[in-house]
Design a protein around this ligand. Structure first.
Ligand code: ASP
Length: 453
């Protein structure tokens, strides 16, 4: 498949550059955090002016522009990818089969993820060991932010989420960032288009294919900036918050990351090996650009352009399946988020001394699977959902404040699991499906510099 461009004298591979950007950002951020803060007379930590300037004028804008460039491509991609995916899958029987497999994958693999999280919290009891006074102090720090999240959680009742799936106005859904609404519209549009298929519809589909190709070309360009943006995003995060926030919650952080790691490095490889018939090491090597983008942006939606490109051009799965599974998966298939929701609910129950029976924990499991489908693929997208699950089980939703200080790091990790899960799903669902008639991108690689394409 993809040859090593470095060997062909085309410079360093993109994923290596991204990894370098990641390390440079994290290390430089750590150093800047140490030297860029001073403790004032009241004992409060203040950011020194030079670091403020670097953050405000260099790293934050670079990171934000990169995020905007990615988000800018999401709407045209979601619509064109889903309509084309559905039309290419073609007859209703294939659509039913692939749709059914996708749904089964989402429900089963998210269920496995939540179970891993729940078992980990039951075994390690991270919530029981937190000193209530330390907990109250931590909660006081982020109480306002938590109140906003709880409010959004209350507004997002299960019924409202259900209603927002069918948008009254698809353009408004797009503008408001209601991607599930846009997806529903695109799915219906695609189904109708594949039924009609007259010359008018075919011309429209050619236009849509054009939109898709242009968007993918744009992402080819945007992703060349990724190594710098990854460095900037990591620097901003580490230099402004450091790792001090992690200390009091170390056990919670360790349990969450450990459980996510089990899902990522045990469950996914087993699925890939036994069902997808793919070597997991090869998979992880190829999925790297999407994983690194997910880690540094904490957003499945912002990563979608890269995910699609990896599925199509690097993993070489049939286009129609990648388009269908990855696009839907960006908001509906969130294994890392499902696991995290379970961990937080149980952790806070332990912290507040609320006993959840096995039956209630099974209910938590179901709610977390549904909650992950409903959560938006943006940074912190699952927090309002978690708040509403907490209310259901009589756990004070303000407890969310306890974990806000460490949420960013955990968000980066769970988003990486979410996006990797979409690619694993694509590989699994592609198995046994016919390949694309022609694969113009065969042999292409994300690591190939654009100029030499
Ligand atoms: N940031 C996650 C994502 O975009 C959602 C979440 O768990 O907050 O996949």
């Amino acid at each position: 498949m993809a040859a090593d461009p470095a060997a062909k004298g085309q410079g360093m591979a993109l994923h290596t550059k991204m990894l370098l950007g990641f390390l440079v950002g994290a290390v430089a951020g750590g150093v800047a955090y140490e030297f860029g803060h001073a403790v004032d007379a009241d004992g409060l930590k203040q950011t020194l002016p030079w670091l403020q300037v670097v953050l405000t004028w260099v790293t934050q804008p670079v990171g934000t522009i990169f995020l905007h460039l990615l988000f800018m491509l999401v709407l045209p991609l979601v619509f064109s990818a889903l309509v084309l995916g559905v039309v290419e899958i073609g007859d209703p029987r294939s659509l039913g089969r692939i749709g059914g497999r996708t749904l089964t994958f989402i429900l089963v693999v998210s269920g496995i993820a939540v179970t891993i999280g729940l078992v980990a919290v039951n075994v390690f009891q991270p919530g029981a060991g937190i000193d209530p006074a330390v907990g109250q102090a931590l909660m006081a720090e982020t109480a306002d932010q938590a109140a906003g999240i709880v409010e959004r959680g209350e507004a997002a009742s299960a019924m409202q989420v259900l209603l927002s799936i069918v948008p009254r106005n698809p353009l408004a859904a797009g503008v408001e960032g209601n991607l599930i609404g846009v997806m529903f519209f695109a799915l219906m549009f695609g189904i109708a288009a594949s039924v009609v298929r007259n010359p008018g519809v075919n011309s429209f589909l050619s236009v849509l294919q054009g939109i898709y190709d242009i968007t993918l070309k744009l992402i080819n360009w945007v992703i060349q900036l990724a190594p710098y943006a990854v460095a900037a995003l990591l620097f901003t995060m580490v230099a402004s918050t450091g790792f001090a926030a992690l200390r009091p919650l170390l056990e919670f952080v360790a349990v969450t990351i450990g459980a996510l790691a089990v899902h990522m490095f045990v469950v996914f490889p087993l699925l890939l090996w036994f069902i997808g018939r793919m070597n997991p090491i090869e998979f992880f090597r190829k999925a790297q650009p999407a994983m690194l983008t997910a880690f540094s942006t904490s957003s499945s939606s912002a990563t979608l352009p890269t995910t699609l490109r990896v599925a199509e051009e690097v993993l070489g799965t049939p286009k129609r399946i990648g388009r269908f599974v990855c696009t839907l998966g960006a908001t509906a298939n969130m294994n890392g988020t499902a696991l995290f929701e379970g961990v937080v609910v149980l952790f806070l129950a332990q912290f507040f001394g609320i006993e959840l029976s096995l039956g209630q924990q099974v209910l938590v499991l179901l709610m977390c699977i549904l909650g992950a489908i409903g959560a938006a693929g943006v940074p912190g997208g699952s927090l309002p959902v978690i708040a509403s699950i907490l209310v259901m089980f009589g756990i004070p939703p303000e407890g969310i404040a306890l974990i806000l200080g460490v949420d960013r790091l955990l968000d980066m990790c769970r988003t990486t699991v979410n996006v990797t899960g979409d690619l694993v799903g694509t590989v699994l669902i592609s198995r046994g499906e016919p390949a694309d008639p022609v694969n113009p991108a065969a042999g292409d690689d994300l690591t190939t510099p654009i100029a030499s394409r």
